[in-house]
Design a binder for this molecule. Structure first.
Ligand SMILES: [Zn+2]
Ligand SMILES: [Zn+2]
Ligand SMILES: [Zn+2]
Length: 370
């Protein structure tokens, strides 16, 4: 806890109104009290974690739940509190206030539009406790907004990440994975995915019953999302293009299946990052194997070549280099084509010519001219 009472007056240990020595002195005198049970608080101030208060004896306190203080929990709730209390329409914002009906001290409570809200900043992954607390809030008709601490939980699989309205990074003061961050009706695409709506500075977000973008900052994120959206559409288009080319090329192995010479043609789709669309491997019992890399309007015909690759030995015992046999593609010809139909005929023409040449070589001893 970062709030306490002295003589029924609320104080806190984060706004520097009282220095550490004063708070320490008061704690030693036993006059720092829990606002709920009025039991004595001790003042914890280490080197690594910001100061906080803790019950000397918690057994008599009615607050059932309290999250252990960590630097993330302390700094996060202070940042979220400072943010929420300056939002338009937010009134009676209190940190660590007590809600009698639920016997809980939410990190932050406030009212908005005549309704009671709480923000719980959750940095520990205790699922059962969160569910109980949520049910208590629901029963008391309190809108509970759970914000997860991003420091330890960013796997996308923990309970808090599943239920959290958003994840908060207290070191960068940013929100991520915010649910309903903006009114989707305002978006130019209704299927726009919201990729960029992560790591949003807290000052770019406002509260109007839910978290929404501050109007002036919204455009930037929408623009970023549209850019990514368009890039994704382009990728999908490219994938469709590759698939359709593969479909077109499938007639080639079917056609050569009717020819003798055990022709084997493999068609491999290129990746989006590949410098080609399709890779086709050609083999038969009389031709040397070769590979075609089909690009937009051109085809690189390649053969594989063995070469010696120098391998550096990084072990500490032996710094010598050694050579390893490896293969590489060497381009022997470039073919041109203008459309899908021409692509098929150009490929067939090339392979058929190779087969013919091989037959002539085999049966006529390589004498082709007379
Ligand atoms: Zn207490
Ligand atoms: Zn909390
Ligand atoms: Zn044959």
């Amino acid at each position: 806890m970062v709030t306490a009472e002295i003589n029924n007056q609320p104080i806190n240990c984060y706004d520097n109104k009282y220095d550490r020595d004063t708070l320490k002195k008061w704690a030693d005198k036993g006059i720092l009290q829990c606002p709920v049970c009025h039991g004595k608080y001790e003042y914890c101030h280490g080197k690594l974690v910001s100061p906080f208060f803790r019950h000397k004896d918690k057994t008599k306190c009615e607050t059932i739940y309290s999250e252990p203080e960590t630097e993330e929990h302390i700094q996060g709730k202070i940042a979220l509190f400072n943010w929420i209390k300056k939002q338009n329409g937010v009134v009676k914002a209190v940190m660590e206030g007590y809600i009698e009906e639920t016997k809980q001290r939410p990190d932050i409570m406030f009212e908005f539009g005549g309704q009671q809200y709480v923000i719980e900043f959750q940095c520990t992954p205790i699922a059962s406790e969160q569910i109980e607390r949520h049910e208590l809030y629901q029963a008391a008709k309190i809108n509970d907004i759970w914000i997860g601490g991003k420091e330890k939980y960013s796997t996308g699989r923990t309970h808090i990440e599943n239920i959290a309205y958003a994840m908060f990074d207290y070191q960068n003061n940013t929100l991520s994975k915010v649910k309903d961050l903006l009114n989707k009706n305002l978006l130019p695409y209704n299927n726009l995915l919201l990729w960029n709506f992560n790591e949003i500075p807290l000052e770019n977000v406002m509260f109007d019953g839910k978290f929404t973008f501050v109007n002036q900052t919204m455009e930037k994120y929408i623009d970023l999302s549209i850019k990514k959206h368009n890039a994704e559409l382009k990728k999908q288009e490219q994938r469709r293009h590759i698939h359709s080319l593969v479909e077109v090329c499938k007639v080639i192995p079917e056609w050569y299946a009717q020819v003798c010479h055990h022709c084997k043609i493999d068609i491999l789709e290129g990746k989006l990052s590949s410098p080609y669309l399709i890779m086709m491997k050609f083999a038969s019992d009389i031709t040397a194997p070769f590979t075609m890399f089909i690009k937009e309007n051109s085809i690189d015909v390649c053969v594989t070549e063995m070469y010696n690759r120098r391998i550096k030995n990084n072990s500490t015992h032996c710094r010598k280099c050694y050579w390893q046999k490896a293969t590489k593609f060497v381009k022997i010809e470039t073919l041109k084509y203008s459309d899908n139909q021409q692509l098929v005929s150009v490929i067939k023409e090339y392979f058929s010519k190779q087969l013919q040449k091989a037959v002539i070589n085999k049966y006529m001893g390589g004498i082709t001219n007379g």
